[in-house]
Write a protein that binds this ligand. Sequence first.
Ligand SMILES: NC(=O)C1=CN([C@@H]2O[C@H](COP(=O)(O)OP(=O)(O)OC[C@H]3O[C@@H](n4cnc5c(N)ncnc54)[C@H](OP(=O)(O)O)[C@@H]3O)[C@@H](O)[C@H]2O)C=CC1
Ligand SMILES: CC(=O)C(=O)O
Ligand SMILES: [Mg+2]
Length: 420
Amino acid sequence: MSEDFKQAALDYHEFPKPGKISIELTTPAQTSRDLSLAYSPGVAEPVKAIAADPENAYRYTAKGNLVAVITDGTAILGLGNLGPLASKPVMEGKSLLFKRFAGVDSIDIEVESESPQAFIDTVRRIANTFGGINLEDIKAPECFEIERTLIEQCDIPVFHDDQHGTAIVTVAGAMNALEIVGKKIEDAKMCVLGAGAAAISCSKLMILAGMKPENIFMCDRNGVIHSGRTDLNQYKAGFAVETDKRTVDDALEGADIFLGLSGPNMVTGEQIKAMAKDPIIFACANPVPEIMPEIVSEVRPDAIMATGRSDYPNQVNNVLGFPFIFRGALDVRAKRINEEMKLAAAKALAGLAKEPVAQEVLDAYGLESLEFGREYIIPKAVDTRLLGVVSSAVAKAAVDTGVASKPYPANYPLKTLADI
Ligand SMILES: NC(=O)C1=CN([C@@H]2O[C@H](COP(=O)(O)OP(=O)(O)OC[C@H]3O[C@@H](n4cnc5c(N)ncnc54)[C@H](OP(=O)(O)O)[C@@H]3O)[C@@H](O)[C@H]2O)C=CC1
Ligand SMILES: CC(=O)C(=O)O
Ligand SMILES: [Mg+2]
């Protein structure tokens, strides 16, 4: 990043007001009567209605369209454990994306917690306020138990974005990339660098989409996760394979897909030379990928390349998932976000990339044309059709699998934010 760009990023966050989000009123609050309705004495009426029936919270408060973005700051992007306060710009950023792309109101909450249990207790105690909880940037392995327990204890959707949002977008991109190079997911071999929240969840969804577990070579700091290792936690152990491969170089040799969910500049051009023909390289660490696209195009011009960033083609980033997944889940008041809803979202994303691209999308990216192919495997974040296509696929899957408390909405598929 140039010094100019770094300063521009700081200025963006400082001006015109510090931060990226604020709260707006939805009802009039000008006159004495307005205030009597909004506050005392009028507010007592919805209070009594909710006390009599908790469902009324969805009718009389902002709960139904409000998602908490909650973190402990232990895995902020690929920057590591910099603590809750430092994570606030990322969490405000997620709130910005929720509102901008899917009309979901959201507030960031950065929790200082001494243990996973303390974090769980904090989230559980404030869950009533929200229609959904988006867990963000919580490191593995703690994130798995945190999410599992909160799903069990809360009656609203709890979704760890780094796990499932990332997995949905990765599977969508990988399905399309494999189609473009004429390979089948059942035959594809994948080297995964990283064995944390995102890597484990992406690998699980790839298996659900058809990849063979024995074709996944996952690597952590100690190399390939194989059946001879005795240092694995239960989540990594689920990916231990019977193999002679030991290093990242071994795992890359002959691999059809490289999926990087680790940290900056972890692999070199030399290392990816050994991948199979037409390699698919998803270097998804943020903000600096495992390998830069410029290096890949030099050594492997036959590669399909994706990063998590907005400034290169093929942005494989959970921004394409979480706003629309919550939109669909909230609108049918789903109790949880299940595997069927995740796969439906992935398929909807993959399908949209094959449709003609709107002029407004081309304008936003300064492009003359764009069509399904090596440089366009996944829709652009500003594509307004994402709202309708992904949220309706998620809502339909929720209704079909019995986790929705409301029917498929009459106003679906949504065309614009004004339809919400
Ligand atoms: N594009 C996108 O949409 C997303 C991208 N990401 C990116 O993925 C990365 C990981 O995030 P997340 O899963 O949440 O974090 P976690 O802390 O849960 O996992 C990090 C993983 O990276 C591994 N790792 C770190 N350094 C190395 C190394 N030198 N060699 C091998 N493995 C290494 C760790 O290995 P070990 O287990 O040995 O400690 C760990 O398994 C981040 O860069 C993040 O920005 C995450 C979510 C979404
Ligand atoms: C994109 C994202 O959530 C991450 O890099 O952590
Ligand atoms: Mg994240």
